[in-house]
Design a protein. Structure first.
Ligand SMILES: Cc1ncc(COP(=O)(O)O)c(C=O)c1O
Length: 360
């Protein structure tokens, strides 16, 4: 890695790439730490970003996202709550991290070679990230998605050159049948020769892609992380981060979050909802009981209300899954109490949802 510093403000990091060991061409930029906190938690409000060097391509801009404290939506007398701003990745989602891992690990094993076509079933966040990585690396990409997901995501995948195959959702909702139907179609398509099925829900390369996120957090919050929570779709993000946090501090409490109307983990059954990216209707194969301590179901309406507060009170524009994350984070921060640090993630940018009903 040859890149030099650029300073993104917040609790930043000052190091070289922190991604998984094999992800050499991804996540290459490092950001200089402008830590004005002196452990007081106070941050200056007008940081200067200085870009000293360039990455060879956009994959070098993945990762090294800022982490900021939520000061207005979090009540007094509870733990401090920090949020990692993953919407600042190139496609506006933390999925860029796993897309790099999935593609580069497949390349390393020889499963994916030049001229081949990558296939995936996705609501559009993973698809946008895979479409980006495939565009940069020159692979064809066929994606199976649905009109239950934001039009912006479907158009983004097409903009990166993906071939988008849509499965119609009669209710416009994410139902327990939808994701399995999308996966089945993707599996069929991937039977063709020279096709590689990314299979995000079972692919062990997915959590590896998020280990860098965990390592960044350890540097950004040197006082220690007492608890972490995150909403679960395929569960790759929480599993990858938890692996790092728990190996550093086995007492770090990790909570997985799901929509209350699709409580597969907490109650054993699925249901309809509109929280894109999570509540997939079945237990995610990557969910490892050893890597989380609790599961929490959050009402979608509370998550949506929180998303609007995050924008108005904290200046954080994010999607609905982030709202659920913050509702859960506040509940947990009350339980663990003052003097502790809890972290959650802003999964993606709210710009993907401004045309929908989230902000209206
Ligand atoms: C917006 C959003 N939030 C949360 C998630 C859940 O992430 P994971 O699949 O790593 O559990 C996803 C996954 O697609 C997503 O798109």
């Amino acid at each position: 890695m040859r890149y030099t510093e650029r300073s993104r403000h917040a609790m930043g990091t000052n190091r070289k790439a922190s991604s998984g060991a094999n992800l050499d061409s991804c996540m290459g930029l490092s950001f200089g730490l402008q830590d004005s906190t002196q452990n007081t938690g106070r941050l200056t409000s007008n940081p200067i970003m200085s870009t000293v060097s360039c990455a060879p391509n956009v994959l070098g801009a993945i990762g090294n996202t800022p982490c900021v404290e939520l000061r207005h939506v979090v009540p007094k007398d509870c733990a401090r709550v920090f949020i990692k701003l993953e919407g600042l990745n190139p496609t506006g989602s933390y999925k860029d991290r796993m897309a790099c891992s999935v593609i580069e690990e497949a390349e390393r094993r020889g499963d994916l070679k030049p001229g081949m076509t990558v296939v995936e079933a996705t609501g559009g966040s993973t698809g946008s990230s895979l479409a980006l990585v495939c565009a940069v690396k020159g692979y064809n990409f066929t994606v199976v998605s649905s009109d239950a997901f934001a039009e912006e995501k479907l158009k983004t995948m097409a903009a990166f050159g993906a071939n988008v195959d849509i499965i119609h959702s009669p209710t416009g909702k994410i139902t327990p049948e939808l994701i399995p139907a999308m996966r089945e179609r993707a599996r069929e398509l991937s039977q063709a020769s020279d096709h590689y099925y990314a299979d995000q829900f079972s692919n062990q390369d997915v959590p590896v892609g998020y280990e860098g996120l965990g390592r960044e957090l350890l540097k950004q919050i040197p006082e220690g992380i007492d608890a972490f929570c995150g909403a679960v779709g395929g569960a790759g993000m929480v599993m990858g981060v938890s692996k790092i946090l728990k190996s550093h501090n086995p007492n770090c409490q990790v909570t997985v979050v799901e929509p209350a109307s699709a409580p597969v983990i907490t109650k054993g059954h699925g249901g309809q909802h509109s929280v894109e990216g999570i509540g997939i209707g079945f237990l995610p194969p990557l969910l490892n009981k050893e890597l989380y301590d609790n599961a929490l179901a959050v009402e979608e309406a509370e998550g949506r209300a929180m998303v609007r507060r995050l924008a108005k009170e904290e200046g954080v524009l994010a999607g609905t899954s982030t709202g659920l994350n913050v509702v859960a984070a506040i509940q947990l921060a009350k339980q663990i109490g003052p003097g502790k640090n809890l972290v959650t993630v802003a999964c993606d940018t709210g710009l993907k949802y401004v045309r929908g009903d989230l902000y209206t």
